[in-house]
Design a protein around this ligand. Sequence first.
Ligand code: ARG
Length: 567
Amino acid sequence: MNIFKLQAAKILSTNYPDLSQNLILDSFELPKNSEFGDMALPCFKFAKALRKSPIQIADDFISLFHGNELYESITNIKGYLNFKFSKTIYIKSVLDNYTNENIFAELSLFGKNKTMVIDYSHPNVAKNMGIHNLRSTIIGQSLYNIFESLGYKAIGVNHLGDWGTQFGKLMWALEKWSSIEEVEEKGILFLNENYVRFHKEAEKNPSMEDEARKWFKKLEDNDLDAVKWWKLFIKISMESYKKIYKRLDVSFDFVTGESFYIQFLAETIAKLETANLTEISEGALVVKFDESDNMPPCLLKKSDGATLYGTRDVAAVMYRLKVFNPDVILYITDIAQQLHFNQVFNIIEKYNPSSKGKLEHIIFGRLSFPDGQMSTRKGNIIPLNEVLDKARDKVLEILDEREVEVPDKYETAEKIGIGAVIFNDLSRGRIKNIEFDWDQILSFEGETGPHIQYSYVRMHNILERVKCSDTSEIDFSALTDEYSYELIKTLEQFSKKVIQAHDDREPSVIAHYLIELAKNFNRFYRNNRIIDAPKDVQDSRIHLVKILISVYGKCMNLLGLPIVEKM
Ligand code: ARG
């Protein structure tokens, strides 16, 4: 807790027993104008309790602070009490909080003993990962990191789309047109191609659909040939996904696709039936919703006995609630699945009212390329690996143009390219639609990934060049100039920002915070010499940069932005 708030609240509540310390603590806000001071107390909030005008209250309050060295000045601006902190005390209190990683430990108490399950990325097996999978993957991973840094037990689940009649189609097609060996050799794109070919030919020859259904039935019945194909699809798909996950630094605690929940379907349906939530409609088993819910019925079992995507999701929620006992489960998908999740959540909440409020559908907007910037493959998918390759190759060109000498150019370009793609996504509010613009996202200036990484490099370079003596005595008064002070004030926001990102399920809060830090750092560095500053001033500034780089690096980690040390 900020000592300036605490001290003021203590003084006021001791002198005015009608005002509780917490009421005062909750009332502090930032001044309307930063020139007014560092914190403000709107006194109208106490007018009722004290039966006086805010201006009078503020005047009375001021008199209690005479001679208090914590505050440089306190002024009454129209009933707002504006406090200016003693800069040196403020700086010391902020920076000391960061030394020894205090602040990170403190932050991890926020979610202590809480569990969060997050269902993200979840591509559909046998399909190449496309840019439509990108947002779920990186927003999901970032939220995972944010919750984890807050002390939650985070459980990341990749709910692969690995079940359904589409696999019957592929089996039929490959049995007819190919072989296990060829599929193994050619990989996931070959699966895509055969799937597309199946659809084209089935238009002319509808009996193929029946054949495909037979193959899927075989899979459901555990037929050896069908299972062999299906396992191969998963293996090939995962090999291809893993390469992308590695590049994006994404990992899961469980890769349990839809098929994992087949074993629980009968039990799940029985539970809903016993709870009288189901009915038969035209031969199918459905759950109907209240009129006020304004949703069509959710199909659990078709008249031929087949279960559906939704059935498996209901089973999955039940499983997760039971096995992980989570405080919250987040589902990261685009808006197109809103009805689906509303239905699933509604069913579960009816069945188990204590799950109310625990299930959240976290939606995001569409990501698209302007025409001609990326070629689409058959099936209209822009393959994600091609986007990442292109980002890397374009960065390589930029590095060459700028004649940048770095030890491992390819590796560096990869990190900058990935960072650019991730930052472009996470710096926009997740609900917004994003149009990809290569020139803009790869620019080294502006609010871009490369710029964020570049500022890190500058901090890193300073620390490399100045081997600072590890003095335990830092002169905090050497950091009272306007630029250092602004930077320190921004640093102080760290915990608040992480918590806000958590509350809003919004990584962009961290992205904007990084932009703010970078801006303030660059201003600080432009206006304050470090390399040739007098020793004691240099030590203080280096102390600040060391703390900054740890907070800054932490924020980059939360977003999954690769750290580069030279560029
Ligand atoms: N595989 C699905 C798709 O690509 C997304 C799965 C989302 N998660 C879930 N539990 N339904 O559309």
